[in-house]
Ligand binder design. Structure first.
Ligand code: CO
Length: 166
């Protein structure tokens, strides 16, 4: 089990570096992240959230359902071809207790590698597309609260700052 960094930890603002080695150490990190994500009842987790600043994240949009559990690993992801707009109520394992509506692209294409370095391209929409955009932001040091309107962001951050000092 890995520790998940929590807002306002400054390390969450760090920009992650590309993954270069597809070795046993990487596989161990991915496996540990999966255990951590399922335990925390999340549907996505970026390496940056566990203090490893390399470009990868995992997603399982069916995590709540044992029957249809399906873990997807995205390494060195690159999002392109955004289309349309969609609004989801988002939360984040690094920002506990806060959910807010965030505007994202409705349909995206993402190219990425798997844990062995093999390349893929995926065009998707719905919750998976939202999750990919949310997790990809973590690799660039961006939290979902940074995507809110300035007024909402100020309110949320004030609420969070109060929460962590209590
Ligand atoms: Co998050």
């Amino acid at each position: 089990m890995l520790d998940i960094l929590k807002y306002p930890d400054e390390r969450l603002k760090q920009v992650s570096k590309p993954v270069e080695k597809f070795d046993a150490k990487l596989h161990k990190l991915l496996d540990d992240m999966a255990v951590t994500m399922y335990h925390a009842n999340g549907i996505g987790l970026a390496a940056a959230q566990v203090g490893e600043f390399i470009r990868l994240f995992i997603i399982d949009t069916a995590a709540a359902d044992e029957q249809t559990k399906h873990l997807q690993e995205f390494i060195n992801p690159k999002i392109s071809g955004g289309e349309g707009k969609t609004v989801f109520e988002e939360g984040c394992l690094s920002v506990p207790g806060v959910t807010e509506e965030v505007v994202r692209k409705e349909k995206i294409t993402v190219t990425y590698q798997d844990r062995f370095g093999k390349e893929y391209s995926l065009t998707t929409d719905g919750l998976l597309a939202v999750a990919i955009q949310h997790e990809n932001d973590h690799l660039d040091g961006i939290l979902f609260v940074d995507r809110l309107s300035p007024l909402k962001r100020t309110l949320v951050k004030r609420r969070l700052e109060k929460a962590v000092t209590l």
